[in-house]
Design a protein around this ligand. Structure first.
Ligand code: HEM
Ligand code: SF4
Length: 550
């Protein structure tokens, strides 16, 4: 993985020093809350319901075991013994004490981690496919390009105060696992008719209160122009994005109001002007690629009969292999999902003990690296098939082997009312209640691929509008109610869910979800996934049952 150079390291250490001074001045009363607000947001620090919340950047979701251990010790020493993985592959701490945040950041800096540009109206962490480099359907590993984008965006002086936050995602595979079409800029690695690899660039996607699917602004972009093209888009946005209205400030509104054709023409004009001054040379690309060179895989020949025997002997293991591991491009290896969706813990949360133990497992079984996913799970990417049984037993003991990846209990969920000051309704409690209602793993497996996403307000941090089932918390006269949508998807077939009907009271939401599942099971045709059934039969049959007693 990418290793900081001296310049990177100096930069984050300098920033910790600056922030220490700023925090001290605020605590002494020399800075008022407004002055401090701008400074703390530049360092990933929000003020939430109970305490500050610190968002730590995890570039494209890649972590070393050393970094995991540091996340664990920080959770133990500065927080309440756990942290939270978000949909943008970052980590959040919910309980740090403000006066100690500079020390916390100094600790993170020792393992090349920081919180710069994780909040505020700037270029945020670039996200990517958690199976990058190991999946079979990949054109090229997207992470070197993410890293190049990271270096270009970090402290980019022109883009420190954009009209609104700005998010970029890159995928190199046929299967989109990074919700690319719902980013301000989405980048797909593609091959053109001549067989050359380049990029398709999308702009104007986003979620929140107005979810919009990104549109293609450049069908094929040569690799050497990646940064200049991104710069042209962000510059046009910076110049013309609406600063007068916070709710219309994202690039998705600019693209929509300007029209794709005119927007693209403006970008092209700007790009032609700057194109030759920001060329990404082959050498530079190769230099970064070298940092993502494949680990020293072993050569395996022939079938590993032990692996199939173990699966035949132990049904629980076989289920876990089926649901929580994926094919690897190298024979003899598999990618392993570490489920952060155990029935009794909030989605995406992980304790210090689990983090420490995982670091150990990453060292033993997966070249000392771990990745975080867009759906708030983790991945050990390079595990030898022959070690899977051993690994599973350990993950199981740590409660990190719930065999539910991609199923109805693998929910994405934001912190909601429990932590977030913007929330209208709770989400963690509802997730727990739904999990409890669906505690039969065979039933869950029978339902199959079904993604529930749940956010506590319109901001849509948990991507509810693109969940196969979306749940959105709304406030009705001071009470928690929930709006349901069906049919959303953030994968290749990107779609925004349709509203099922009026919002549902908290006491009825779990029953509504189980009713939806029942209707699906009754109506599905052979091998038909939930989304396909919804598209085939429409919302009516679901509506009729869910609102039968209203
Ligand atoms: C204190 C906690 C948080 C606060 C105050 C917060 C705030 C917000 C706000 C205001 C928006 C809407 C932005 C806009 O449309 O312009 C938003 C969107 C979003 N947030 Fe959060 N958020 C928080 C936690 C989280 C968490 C825990 C996650 C992941 C689980 C997350 C991921 C996202 C994503 C993916 C979006 C949608 C981006 C888009 O519109 O394309 N946030 N958040
Ligand atoms: S969706 Fe709303 S409630 Fe949930 S974390 Fe985002 S801002 Fe907070």
């Amino acid at each position: 993985m990418y290793q900081y150079n001296q310049r990177d390291q100096t930069l984050i250490e300098e920033r910790v020093r600056q922030f220490r001074g700023q925090t001290e001045r605020f605590l002494n009363g020399e800075l008022d809350p407004d002055q401090f607000r701008a400074l703390r947001l530049m360092n990933g620090l929000y003020i939430q319901t109970h305490a500050p919340m610190l968002r730590v950047a995890v570039p494209y979701g890649l972590l070393s075991s050393r970094q995991l251990r540091k996340l664990a010790s920080v959770a133990r020493d500065y927080d309440r013994g756990y942290c939270h993985f978000t949909t943008r592959q970052n980590v959040q701490y919910n309980w740090p004490e403000l006066s100690r945040v500079p020390d916390l950041l100094a600790e993170l800096a020792t393992v090349q981690m920081h919180a710069i540009q994780t909040s505020g109206n700037c270029l945020r962490n670039t996200t990517s496919d958690h199976l990058a480099g190991i999946c079979r359907d990949e054109i090229e590993d997207p992470r070197p390009y993410c890293e190049l984008i990271r270096q270009w965006t970090t402290l980019h002086p022109e883009f420190a105060y954009l009209p609104r936050k700005f998010k970029i995602a890159v995928s190199g595979a046929g299967h989109d696992r990074a919700a690319v079409q719902f980013h301000d800029i989405g980048v797909y690695l593609i091959k053109n008719e001549q067989g050359e690899t380049g990029f398709r660039i999308l702009a104007g996607g986003g979620l929140g209160r107005t979810p919009i699917i990104g549109q293609t602004v450049k069908g094929f972009l040569e690799k050497k122009h990646l940064l200049s093209y991104l710069e042209a888009i962000v510059r046009i946005y910076n110049l013309f994005g609406r600063r007068d209205n916070k709710y219309k400030a994202r690039i998705k509104i600019l693209v929509k109001e300007t029209g794709l054709e005119k927007f693209t023409a403006m970008v092209e004009e700007e790009w032609l002007r700057i194109r030759d001054s920001l060329v990404l040379g082959d050498e530079r690309i190769e230099e970064i690629k070298a940092q993502f060179a494949p680990p020293p895989y072993r050569d395996f020949t022939g079938d590993d009969t032990g692996f199939s025997t173990k699966q035949a002997e132990d049904g629980r293991f076989a289920k876990w292999v089926k649901h929580n591991t994926v094919e690897h491009k190298i024979p003899g290896y598999r990618g392993v999902y570490v489920s952060l969706k155990a029935p009794d813990s909030p989605p995406g949360d992980i304790t210090s003990e689990q983090l420490d133990a995982l670091a150990e497992l990453a060292d033993r079984f997966s070249f000392g690296e771990i990745r975080s996913t867009h759906r708030q799970n983790l991945v050990l990417a390079d595990v030898e098939q022959a070690s899977l049984y051993q690994l599973w037993r350990q993950l199981d003991a740590l409660k990190l082997a719930t065999p539910n990846i991609g199923t109805v209990t693998d929910m994405i969920c934001c912190p909601g009312l429990d932590f977030c000051s913007l929330a209208n309704a709770g989400s963690i409690g509802v997730a727990k209640e739904i999990n409890e209602a669906l505690d039969d793993i065979d039933y869950i497996h029978d339902i199959g691929d079904l993604k529930i996403n749940m956010s506590g307000c319109m901001n849509g941090c948990a991507h509810q509008s693109v969940g196969h089932i979306g749940i959105l918390g709304v406030d009705k006269h001071g009470e928690e109610w929930y709006q349901i949508t069906l049919g959303g998807s953030s994968e290749n077939d990107a779609a925004i869910g349709e509203r099922l009907g009026p919002a549902i009271a908290k006491a009825q939401i779990t029953a509504a979800i189980t009713t939806i599942l029942d209707v699906y099971l009754q109506l599905r045709q052979e091998n038909e996934a939930f989304l396909q059934t919804v598209y085939r039969v429409g919302l009516e049959p679901f509506k009729a049952k869910v609102y039968a007693n209203h």
